[in-house]
Design a protein around this ligand. Structure first.
Ligand SMILES: Cc1ncc(COP(=O)(O)O)c(CNCCCC(=O)O)c1O
Length: 448
């Protein structure tokens, strides 16, 4: 197991009001310097972070159940990541791979081609963000098929660029006021077990059949370039489709020459207890988009896919200035080795078992918890009115979040209805911190 950088105790500690005085002062400066459109869930300004702890400039130490939105899977400031990226920076910071290439980029692509689902010949391209990966996956699919239509699903989130806003479902805050959006995007009903009209037991092949029927009738399968889906929807509320849904969609794509694109930006790199969430049902995507957990916190993203699709693009048709930054590539190699050497997929499953057990017991005590769901270290609870009423309950969510933030736990929300609490701890978090973080959540509900 990787040793942590020296001196950041893995202990929660609250020494001021939250936010503290130094954070409040910096927040004041921020209001005169940073565009107001950029939000912050918990405006405590960071001094240091390490594994499962984030320490602010006032000396408060928070348990991290956010991982910077599912990014620091190997822990913040992971020593191997820091060492490898620092060594690379000292050698060269940037050349642009399209100008002067370098081995690190090739090594990351070789690793992604090796570890991503499927034994077929693959190629990869490296980018900077999840949205950029999704944009490129759509480019590659349209180019390879000569078709234009892209199918996405209710509750989907794919990014904040013009095309990825078109692909994303929720209007506020992501899309309001930013149109017009890219065309040839079609949205289908999502297999959302907790809210599926005929019950979760019908949320697998039956839900797929409904989407396939709509695709066939509304678009025509022969016009569809790609079906794009998150194996577990992230920002939409950790929606895990019913068993059989994804395989049925993939089968339809294969039968109709449609490119199946898995958006594993949030689910990738051991987060869900498999290296990739697609593995849970042996789904082999034609293209897979990755980012977040790939490089221990440095900005890197990728599209990995069937070589015949990826190589169908004309020379110069793919690229970008910073894609595959050398320090990010070095960090990615360290991160991928850490995930493998420290068996973090197994750790994610253990974390998930602990969280599911504690949160299901909590749900027995509080009927505003309508659903407890997820896999690995990607677990969520959906809050409802209670007493059998499944009306979304963002009010209770806000109360719980406020308590957790004030008591030293970084915790995030999600969901189309703003009523989902999501747990995304680093996969290297200690059992002690995991248990303590869950206790803070339990305390929040006890005080409702
Ligand atoms: C599945 C999935 N695809 C694509 C993306 C986009 O990745 P970028 O790296 O944020 O562009 C995400 C990013 N999710 C966090 C967004 C945070 C916010 O902007 O409010 C994702 O989860």
């Amino acid at each position: 197991m990787a040793t942590s950088n020296a001196g950041l105790p893995q202990k929660r500690r609250i020494v001021t009001e939250i936010p503290g005085p130094k954070s409040k002062a910096l927040q004041e400066r921020r209001s005169r310097a940073v565009a107001k459109g950029v939000g912050s869930v918990l405006p405590v300004y960071v001094e240091r972070a390490d594994r499962g702890i984030v320490q602010d400039i006032d000396g408060n130490a928070f348990i991290d159940f956010g991982s910077g939105i599912a990014v620091t899977n190997v822990g913040n400031a992971n020593p191997e990541v820091v060492a490898r990226a620092s060594e690379q920076l000292a050698r060269f910071t940037h050349t642009c791979f399209m100008v002067n290439p370098y081995e690190g980029y090739v090594e990351v692509c070789e690793a992604l081609n090796r570890i991503s689902p499927g034994t077929h010949e693959k190629r990869s391209i490296l980018l900077n963000s999840g949205a950029e990966a999704v944009e490129n996956a759509v480019k590659i699919a349209r180019n390879a098929t000569g078709r234009q239509a892209v199918v996405v699903f209710d509750h989907a989130y794919h990014g904040r660029t013009n095309l990825t806003m078109a692909l994303t479902a929720k209007n506020m805050p992501y899309k309001q006021g930013f149109g017009p959006f890219a065309g040839e995007v079609y949205r289908m009903p999502m297999a959302y077990p907790f809210r599926w009209p005929t019950g979760p037991e019908n949320c697998g092949p039956e839900a797929a059949a409904q989407a396939i029927d709509q695709i066939t009738k509304q678009i025509g399968a022969e016009n569809v370039a790609a079906v794009l889906i998150e194996p577990i929807q992230g920002e939409g509320g950790f929606i895990e489709p019913g068993a059989g849904f994804l395989p049925a969609i993939v089968e339809f794509c294969r039968a109709n020459g449609i490119v199946f694109v898995a958006d594993e930006v949030q689910t990738g790199f051991a987060r869900t207890g498999d290296l990739f969430a697609c593995e849970h049902e042996d789904v082999v995507p034609d293209l897979i988009c990755t980012a977040k957990g790939i490089a221990g916190g440095l900005p890197l993203a990728a599209v990995t896919g069937r070589s015949e699709l990826m190589d169908a693009v004309h020379g110069g048709g793919l690229g970008g200035t910073y894609g595959g930054n050398p320090a990010a590539c070095a960090a990615a190699l360290a991160s991928l080795e850490t995930i493998e050497n420290d068996r973090l997929t197994e750790r994610a499953r253990a974390i998930g078992a602990t969280m599911l057990s504690r949160l299901r017991a909590l749900a027995e005590r509080h009927d505003v918890i309508g659903d407890v769901r997820g896999r690995g270290a990607m677990i969520a609870i959906e809050l409802v009115a209670g007493n059998g009423d499944r009306t979304p309950n963002p009010t209770v969510l806000a109360e719980v979040l406020k308590h957790c933030h004030a008591n030293g736990l970084i915790l995030l929300s999600a969901g189309t209805y703003g009523n989902v609490l999501r747990m995304l701890p680093p996969l290297v978090i200690s059992d002690e911190l995991l248990d303590e973080g869950l206790s803070v959540i339990e305390d929040a509900f006890a005080r409702l």
